[in-house]
Design a protein around this ligand. Structure first.
Ligand SMILES: [Cu+2]
Length: 335
């Protein structure tokens, strides 16, 4: 025998489920429904297009749903018998024209709006008086981002950029790596980092500040730790940082070594080499340069265990020296 249906219980469960489903979005910033507040012209173009389409979609939704409710109430059965047929009507030219032309016009409006916005999203603006755009190479690795500035300066995970000046990003991944996706929501859309292919994107940050980002393509076990960010500085501060980094990176640079340790090694092996996802590393291992270079360049596949990617197959000698210098200062005395 089928149990009796309890409409009120079903209704309560339905409402609770809907509230639960919406709670996460409501708790997020911006109500969770809209893009983050844009801080670069291309991000502005994306956000404006989003709100334009959303307004139209909301209008259609309200129109359809309110008509539905009106019809449900107005044409309800009342006292008519269950099997009584409704009046047989046929054809209404005006109505048919309206529901054909309406959607066409809406789609046309969306297309015109988005195509008008696209150049401002895709093409980087011409450089201003402050000189040409700054070009930074962005390389996605398992599981870190490496940035290279025009003068050869290297940075990991945290990009520095000048405010008010266009920054063009050449985004790729090494041949032996996997697909990643560069995404700083407030500074523009996603762009894929694909092995063997160079994709280009850009931003021009209006204000100094820190803009968070992350890898937006599932790229392996530690994808979620591929966090990144752009620290936007006033032009003079940026120039000063770049010059200082340039002279420091001529030789072993402990500051770069620290970035490499924290961004590349410690995500799996722990900040104090205590292990975690990757095995615990002994001080003796960390200060053995030859062994380190072998594993950094080639990675390691242990049978039945995790595979370590070849994180630094393309590292320069200066990068390796910088990492050694940092590790020897940090772990040398203990070993
Ligand atoms: Cu990734």
């Amino acid at each position: 025998m089928t149990p009796p249906v309890r409409p009120r219980l079903l209704l309560i469960i339905g409402v609770l489920a809907a509230l639960l489903a919406l709670a996460g979005a409501a708790a997020a910033g911006n109500g969770g429904f809209g893009p983050t507040s844009p801080a670069s012209p291309n991000a502005e173009g994306i956000a404006t297009s989003f709100w334009f389409v959303t307004a139209l979609v909301l209008g259609v939704f309200l129109l359809v749903e309110s008509l539905l409710v009106v019809f449900v109430v107005r044409f309800r059965r009342r006292k008519r018998p269950r099997d009584a047929d409704g009046p047989q009507i046929h054809g209404s030219n005006r109505l048919e024209l309206a529901w054909t032309a309406g959607p066409v016009l809406i789609l046309f409006a969306i297309a015109v709006f988005v195509f008008a916005k696209l150049p401002g999203i895709i093409d980087s603006p011409d450089a201003t008086a402050s000189g040409g755009p700054l070009r930074i190479e962005v390389v996605g690795h398992q599981f870190y981002w490496q940035f290279r500035y025009p003068n050869g300066v290297i940075a990991i995970d945290r990009m520095r950029a000048p405010a008010g000046r266009p920054v063009v990003l050449d985004v790729t991944a090494p041949d032996w790596d996997v697909n990643h996706s560069w995404w700083i929501p407030r500074l523009g859309g996603k762009i894929d980092a694909i092995p063997g292919r160079m994709n280009t994107t850009w931003f021009r940050a209006n204000e100094p500040g820190f803009y968070e980002g992350r890898c937006a393509e599932l790229c392996g076990a530690f994808h979620a730790k591929m966090l990144t960010g752009v620290e936007v500085l006033p032009q003079a501060d940026f120039d000063e940082w770049l010059t200082t980094a340039f002279s420091a990176q001529h030789q072993a640079d402990p500051a770069l070594g620290r970035e490499l340790w924290e961004g590349v090694c410690a995500k799996c092996h722990g900040l104090a080499a205590e292990g975690g996802y990757g095995p615990t590393l002994a001080a003796a291992t960390l200060t053995n340069r030859d062994a380190l270079e072998t594993v950094i360049r080639n990675g390691r596949a242990l049978p039945g265990r995790n595979v370590m990617p070849s994180v630094g197959r393309d590292w320069t000698a200066a990068q390796l020296q910088s990492l050694y210098a940092y590790l020897e200062a940090e772990f040398g005395s203990q070993g």
